[in-house]
Design a binder for this molecule. Structure first.
Ligand code: ADP
Ligand code: MG
Length: 319
């Protein structure tokens, strides 16, 4: 049976070229780039709540870090360092090796040094804290949206939720939509490059973890504005692979786990944002507009311009 320290040395210790002192001491030492602000975020993934206990460990490792990277992307920050706290019911080395492969694949994709953590026995649970950098006054906050701003979204939100609906037997997805949706669910791609490009353009941003309407709602709340969204503008994959158009729309508006960015941009930056799409090889779609208003209401309009009431807004752990 490997000891806690064997596990750390074997699976969680990798070179940390951008760090003064990484894994192995009582704490890590980092030296932020001169003049930069540090951006810090943490996210927990608990078995049964965020993933099935029998989930593929490599995909889980990737996702564990990717959801944290996504929070920094939404702040327009560059991710630099991460620490990983894990609770494991047993020391299953095959499982841990696969988890670490996925985790470090994400770390190297985004140039992140894993500089420490904690390893204990307990119900399967992961907590990552991530550190990034952003120049002063360039972080994208939720509070910057202004009436008249356009609302944009990256990618095709709803893919991950449709994959989950398939796994839960709520629909049967046909290929190639099935593979695409499961990829979105298991291997989300945080939009770091987009976040960095938006520093000069956007007024507010958030990543879609709980659902498009719910997360847009957070921008509206923090900014003290309202919004109008056009259903027929929502980017979708054709064919959807799903015979239930109501479910597809539900996933688009309220499906979590996509880690796309929703952001607001002054109207005169429309062309600049549109032209980012080719360089980033990423669909970017203007889906609505910020309105003046005291309550964070999203008016959803159908193809004829009539208000439409969505059945769900998004995911809430305690609702
Ligand atoms: P302490 O008892 O001082 O908390 P630990 O024995 O928990 O130290 O950890 C030893 C070293 O290994 C520390 O540098 C810690 O950051 C690192 N570490 C522990 N678990 C992990 C992990 N899962 N991933 C990365 N580093 C880890
Ligand atoms: Mg410890």
């Amino acid at each position: 049976m490997p000891s806690e320290f064997d596990l750390i040395a074997r699976y969680f210790t990798r070179p940390t070229p951008h760090t003064l002192l990484g894994v192995g001491d009582d704490a890590a030492l980092i030296s932020p780039s001169p003049g930069m602000n540090l951006v810090v975020s943490t996210d927990m993934l608990a078995a049964g709540t965020h993933f099935f206990p029998d989930a593929d460990p490599e995909a889980l490792g990737w996702k564990c870090l990717a959801v944290n990277v996504s929070d920094l992307a939404a702040m327009a920050a560059r991710p630099r360092w991460a620490v990983l706290a894990v609770a494991l019911p047993q020391a299953d080395e095959h499982w841990i090796a696969a988890f670490a492969r996925g985790f470090f694949a994400c770390a190297s994709t985004f140039g992140i040094d894993v500089i420490g953590g904690d390893t204990t026995r307990g119900p399967l649970n992961f907590c990552v804290t991530i550190f990034g950098e952003v120049p002063p006054n360039q972080a994208l906050l939720r509070s910057g949206a202004r009436p008249g701003d356009e609302i944009w979204v990256s990618g095709l939100p709803g893919r991950a939720a449709l994959g989950l609906a398939h796994l839960q037997g709520r629909c049967v997805l046909a290929e190639p939509a099935l593979a695409d949706s499961l990829e979105a669910l298991h291997r989300p791609q945080p939009r770091v490059a987009l976040g960095l490009a938006l520093r000069e353009l956007a007024t507010a941003a958030i990543d879609v973890s709980d659902g498009l309407l719910a997360d847009l709602g957070h921008i509206l709340e923090r900014s003290g504005v309202a919004a109008t969204l056009h259903l027929q503008r929502l980017p979708r994959r054709e064919p959807s692979g799903c015979s239930d158009p109501g479910l597809v729309m539900d996933c688009q508006l309220a499906g979590g786990d996509d880690y796309e960015l929703v952001f607001t941009v002054p109207e005169n930056k429309h062309a600049a944002v549109a032209s980012l799409s080719a360089g980033l090889d990423l669909t970017l779609t203007c889906i609505g507009k910020i309105d003046a208003g005291n309550s964070p209401v999203v008016t959803v309009l159908d193809g004829e311009g009539n208000p439409s009431i969505p059945s769900r807004h998004g995911f809430d752990h305690f609702a």
